[in-house]
Design a protein around this ligand. Structure first.
Ligand SMILES: *[C@@H]1O[C@H](CO)[C@@H](O)[C@H](O)[C@H]1NC(C)=O
Ligand SMILES: *[C@@H]1O[C@H](CO)[C@@H](O)[C@H](O)[C@H]1NC(C)=O
Length: 362
């Protein structure tokens, strides 16, 4: 069933650096759909059974989505680290150069930028894939449901592949644009803070809030801008005329954009980001424990402000966070994001919308 996707990939190998994992996700989805189709043929489709299957199909789709997110974290991390390479600065520092202070200042900006970008992009990956896989999942459900002519699939394999490969924007141009904006905000907020200055966890949280406010306040660049390229850009290669499949992909991308611009999506992304950044602070808090035997209890409400560390000591701690944020083994960070009830509820709404037979009449 997906042989056409594979041969398409083979022909365009170099163009699809990141699609391997995405196609992996679709492949699993397709395998599942194939199995379901067999089951469908064995049974009478009563309304009740159809509902139950739709639900089952949905649950399976969410597992596919979680697996796809996890499989995309290593390439995401690689893309961030390639662009914001603090390791090369650390290596320079080991040689004790004359411009040591200057390099430390760079390291300060790069470390914070890459950790903040890692939180943003991981959160975006989670919600974007939820939207995309539930849109496509809804269509696949319709394509394989009883009574639907299989002669005219809504989402043929080539369209699925083309549509899902749009995730490359978040790992490419979208990511670069996000880095630029975050870096600017980090410079404004931490640029003037001396390496010797001590910060408490509470002050660190304040800094992160300022940076977030600045990044998210960009008027002419809504957050969806980092997640989805313009449809024209996404299909720029097909300049010599659009096929029926191209138009189907553009339609899917249009529907996705509408979804990303909806107030519900903004809320869900915000909730996810809140979760991500508070998880980051929890992880940083491990390093701000009062020394053992200190009379100030670790659990006192003001313990957040009790311990301060010089910024120069905080930098390596912040710098290392990307490893747990973008960890390929399910870390508590990404687990937290994937298990979020509001994200699940939103996913269910997207799926409900796109798997409803009324869509056919549109
Ligand atoms: C997609 O959206 C653009 C701009 O809103 C519109 O011009 C175009 O006709 C839409 N394409 C499809 C296939 O729906
Ligand atoms: C995002 O969430 C925070 C914390 O709940 C809230 O103060 C803020 O208004 C929200 N922003 C948007 C755009 O929903």
């Amino acid at each position: 069933m997906f042989s056409s996707v594979w041969s398409f990939i083979k022909r365009h190998k170099r163009k699809f650096i990141f699609t391997g994992v995405v196609v992996g996700g679709v492949y699993v989805l397709g395998k599942y759909a194939q199995k379901k189709m067999g089951e469908f043929q064995e049974n009478e489709a009563t309304e009740y059974i159809a509902q139950a299957r739709r639900q089952f199909h949905f649950e399976s789709n969410q597992r596919t989505c979680n697996m796809t997110v996890l499989s995309m974290l290593p390439p995401l991390k690689e893309a961030v680290v390639n662009q914001l390479n603090s390791e090369s600065l650390t290596a320079l520092l080991k040689a004790k150069p004359a411009n040591k202070l200057e390099i430390w200042e760079d390291l300060k900006i790069i470390s914070f930028t890459r950790t903040i970008v890692a939180v943003y992009s991981t959160c975006m990956l989670v919600v974007l894939l939820r939207v995309q896989l539930n849109i496509i999942g809804g269509y696949l459900y319709l394509d394989h449901s009883v009574g639907k002519s299989t002669a005219t699939p809504l989402a043929p394999p080539e369209v699925q592949q083309q549509y899902l490969s749009s995730i490359q924007h978040l790992l490419g141009d979208g990511l670069i644009a996000l880095m630029t904006v975050v870096k600017k905000a980090v410079q404004r907020s931490l640029g003037g803070v001396s390496l010797k200055q001590s910060l408490s966890l509470l002050e660190l949280e304040q800094q992160l809030s300022w940076i977030r406010a600045e990044v998210e306040a960009e008027e002419e660049r809504p957050m969806s801008w980092y997640m989805l390229a313009d449809a024209e850009d996404a299909l720029a290669d097909q300049a010599c005329g659009l096929t029926g499949n191209d138009l189907a992909t553009i339609k899917l991308l249009n529907e996705t954009r509408d979804m990303l611009d909806s107030p519900d999506f903004t809320t869900v992304l915000n909730v996810t980001l809140n979760r991500g950044f508070s998880r980051l602070l929890d992880d940083l808090a491990e390093f701000f424990r009062p020394p053992p035997g200190d009379s100030a209890s670790c659990f006192a409400p003001d313990s957040l402000a009790a311990v301060s560390l010089p910024l120069a000591k905080i930098i390596p701690i912040v710098n290392g966070q990307i490893n747990s944020i973008c960890s390929e083994t399910p870390s508590h960070f990404v687990q937290d994001l994937l298990m979020n009830d509001q994200v699940k509820e939103f996913a269910a709404n997207v799926y409900e919308t796109f798997s409803a037979p009324q869509e056919l009449q549109k």
